[in-house]
Design a protein around this ligand. Structure first.
Ligand code: FEO
Length: 165
């Protein structure tokens, strides 16, 4: 029997991961509209990763005999000012997710749910990578400034991102 507080918090996090997937799809649509296919590809991969994060949590609840309750997903932002603004939003979003994962981890420690602690350690490690990869693109776009050719070089590079890294 799963601890109800832990179960509810994991259900909330499942919704957050699906929201992140939805947000990155919205960002993908923006980049497609700007003819930046590489950035769009990167966002499509990112959206798939977030869906995988949601499924990882969902399957954990099922395995533990917990109750999965899918929740409504908020409407993501759809208007963005520039590629840099999009990536800054993506980074800010990941920082928020890191905080949520940390809060969730603190809860499962307090509730002495050891399997959830082990499972969430994967997410803690993943967040380091998630923040680093979005942060690197923010830095590169900042360095690129108004240079269209540098933007296109970065677009070509991001277009090479492999699925489910
Ligand atoms: Fe599921 Fe980008 O964290």
């Amino acid at each position: 029997m799963m601890n109800t507080k832990v179960q509810n918090a994991i259900n909330d996090q499942i919704a957050q991961e699906f929201f992140a997937s939805y947000l990155y799809l919205s960002m993908m649509i923006y980049f497609e509209g700007q003819s930046l296919g590489g950035f769009a590809h990167w966002m499509r991969m990112q959206a798939e990763e977030e869906r995988a994060h949601a499924l990882k949590l969902l399957e954990f609840l099922i395995e533990r005999g917990g109750r999965v309750e899918l929740q409504a997903i908020d409407k993501p932002a759809a208007d963005f000012e520039s590629p840099l603004a999009v990536m800054q939003s993506a980074l800010a979003h990941e920082q928020k997710v890191t905080k949520r994962i940390t809060d969730l981890y603190e809860l499962v420690v307090a509730e002495r749910d050891y399997p959830a602690q082990v499972m969430l350690q994967w997410f803690i490690t993943e967040q380091v990578e998630e923040e680093a990869s979005a942060g690197a693109i923010v830095d590169q776009l900042t360095l690129a400034g108004d240079s269209g050719s540098t933007l296109l070089m970065l677009d070509a590079k991001l277009g090479q991102r492999a699925g489910m890294e």
